[in-house]
Design a protein around this ligand. Structure first.
Ligand SMILES: [Cu+2]
Length: 135
C-alpha cells in the first residue's frame, strides 16, 4: 500500500470507529439519565374542591424517593391549604384561580397523609389523602 491508500484506510477506520462510539453512546445515554444529567421534576397536578369524597384529585399521590416532584396545586372553588404531615410540604393557602407550585424531593420512603389546612367548609375534615414515597 502506498501512503495515500494507507491514509485513506486510516480515515475510513476512524470514521467507522466514530460511528461505533456514537451508536454505543446513544444506547447507553438514556440509562445515564438522572445520574449525569439533572432530571426534570415529575409534575403532578392536584385539584382541590369541597366534596364528601375526599376533596383532592388525585387522592393518592405516589412519588419516588430522591426524584424531585413538582406539585401544582389548584383550587376549584374556595381557598384551601395543603400540608403533608411528616414531610416538608406546607402550603398555607391556595386561592381559587391562582395555582401554587411547590417542588419537593422526598428522601424517606413511607406513607404520609396530606390534608387541607383551611376551614373551607363543613366538609373540610374529609379533605385528606395519601402521599406515598416509594423506594
Ligand atoms: Cu379545608
Amino acid at each position: 500500500m502506498n501512503e495515500v491508500m494507507k491514509k485513506t484506510v486510516l480515515l475510513w477506520e476512524s470514521i467507522a470507529l466514530l460511528l461505533v462510539v456514537v451508536a454505543v453512546a446513544a444506547f447507553f445515554l438514556p440509562l445515564a439519565d438522572g445520574i449525569f444529567m439533572p432530571r426534570e421534576p415529575d409534575e403532578i397536578v392536584v385539584r382541590m374542591s369541597i366534596k364528601e369524597s375526599g376533596g383532592f384529585d388525585p387522592e393518592v399521590i405516589t412519588v419516588k424517593k430522591g426524584q424531585t416532584v413538582r406539585l401544582v396545586l389548584i383550587s376549584m372553588d374556595v381557598s384551601h391549604g395543603f400540608t403533608v404531615e411528616g414531610l416538608d410540604i406546607d402550603v398555607k393557602i391556595v386561592n381559587p384561580e391562582k395555582k401554587v407550585v411547590v417542588e419537593f424531593t422526598p428522601e424517606e420512603e413511607g406513607v404520609y397523609m396530606f390534608k387541607c389546612t383551611v376551614q373551607c367548609s363543613p366538609l373540610h375534615h374529609y379533605m385528606r389523602g395519601l402521599f406515598i414515597v416509594e423506594g
